[in-house]
Design a protein around this ligand. Structure first.
Ligand SMILES: Nc1ncnc2c1ncn2[C@@H]1O[C@H](COP(=O)(O)OP(=O)(O)OP(=O)(O)O)[C@@H](O)[C@H]1O
Ligand SMILES: [Mg+2]
Length: 338
């Protein structure tokens, strides 16, 4: 190892359908490569076995590209960070096996990273939110309000009891005949529609919990009824349906986020995860920030969805604390919060 006094971390992300590798030096991103798997599009969702196979094909070229792009050599690393949990087990295994092999071959330590903690710490790639920091993490598999007292001291205050916000976007998009993943398309079409045209119910959950499965069911029955009257209803109202559904999801998210910020008296507020790429949610956060005197944090688009840079930044903070794991650490589809 020859890191020249720097802390160089190779980071690997493979929890779902993105194979990603990044190189982080002293907490700054030198490179971040992401190979998105197109193979799932025709199935309308991620097929776990195909995802694992695609990770196996992608992992070596993606890591090579990240290292070459960083200007470092493969012997320059101080540690390897990888996503240990949560995610698809077969997908996680590919990244974990690669990371362990690299660590063993280079005689450097291994750092296990929790994917949801990494989504939150994506904020620290290009900014430095003050603590206590409140983060709404909204992704394909999770919807959480997280209280961060420090980089590695986080508490989930509340989360969804059923579908995640991203899942709600994707499932509604599927009902509308849009290709997977539907979230970004709903966002695009929503910008052209009337958010108040159709009214969908807002779930009323206790504390900081969320629920999105009722919205999905209500959209399904609404579309069934409307199509009986007008078979072309979806085609004729696509933008307004997308805008109304997006409005409902954002309203549920923002209501709970504002409640948490008020009750905990926190003024540094961010959003993270794939759904934080949503333009309506970004705007709603900016508006709430201006109204409530918050400092708001919104990650760059490339750090919203799955990426290894966020695994690397988490790895960096764990490296500073000496929080290493041994080579017997196995990935897990679900894990309690770290
Ligand atoms: N602009 C957007 N508007 C709404 N949803 C979006 C947008 N961009 C991405 N998404 C949604 O974000 C989700 C993907 O985010 P991400 O990659 O963080 O999730 P994941 O890694 O699959 O899940 P998790 O992080 O919970 O394990 C998908 O549901 C996708 O539709
Ligand atoms: Mg994710």
């Amino acid at each position: 190892m020859a890191s020249g006094g720097n802390i160089n971390i190779l980071a690997i992300e493979s929890s779902c359908d993105e194979t990603s590798a990044a190189v982080i030096q002293n907490g700054k991103v030198l490179s971040n490569h992401i190979a998105t798997q197109k193979v799932h599009e025709r199935f309308g969702g991620v097929v776990p076995e195909l995802a694992s196979r695609a990770h196996m094909q992608n992992i070596v070229p993606v890591v090579e590209a990240a290292i070459n792009d960083s200007g470092l050599g493969k012997h320059d690393f101080n540690a390897v960070a990888f996503t240990q949990s949560p995610g698809l087990l077969g997908s996680l295994l590919v990244g974990a096996c690669f990371a362990k092999s690299f660590a063993q071959a280079s005689s450097i330590p291994l750092i296990a990273v929790h994917h949801m903690q990494a989504h939150v710490l994506a904020h620290f790639i290009e900014s430095a939110p003050e603590f206590p920091f409140l983060c709404l993490t909204v992704s394909g598999g999770h919807t959480q309000i997280v209280l961060c007292r420090d980089h590695l001291d986080m508490e989930v205050l509340g989360e969804t009891i059923d579908d995640a916000a991203g899942e709600a976007f994707d499932k509604v998009a599927k009902m509308l005949g849009l290709p997977y993943p539907g979230g970004p398309l709903v966002d695009k079409l929503a910008a052209l529609g009337d958010p108040l045209k159709f009214k969908f119910p807002l779930s009323e959950m206790k504390d900081y919990q969320f629920s999105f499965s009722g919205l999905k069911t209500s959209v399904m029955y609404f579309l069934q009824a409307q199509k009986k009257i007008d078979p072309e209803f979806v085609a004729n109202n696509l933008n307004d349906i997308c805008a109304s559904v997006q409005y409902t999801i954002i309203k549920m998210l923002m209501t709970k986020l504002q409640k948490a910020a008020k009750e905990l008296k926190i003024k540094h507020i961010g959003i993270a995860g794939g759904v934080s790429a949503n333009s309506g949610l970004r705007k709603a956060l900016q508006e709430a920030g201006a109204k409530n005197g918050w400092t708001v944090y919104i990650p760059k688009f490339e750090y919203c969805t799955d990426n290894a840079a966020m695994i690397g930044i988490t790895g960096y903070y764990k490296f500073l604390k000496g929080a290493f794991t041994d080579l017997s650490a196995n990935p897990s589809a679900r894990a309690t919060w770290i």
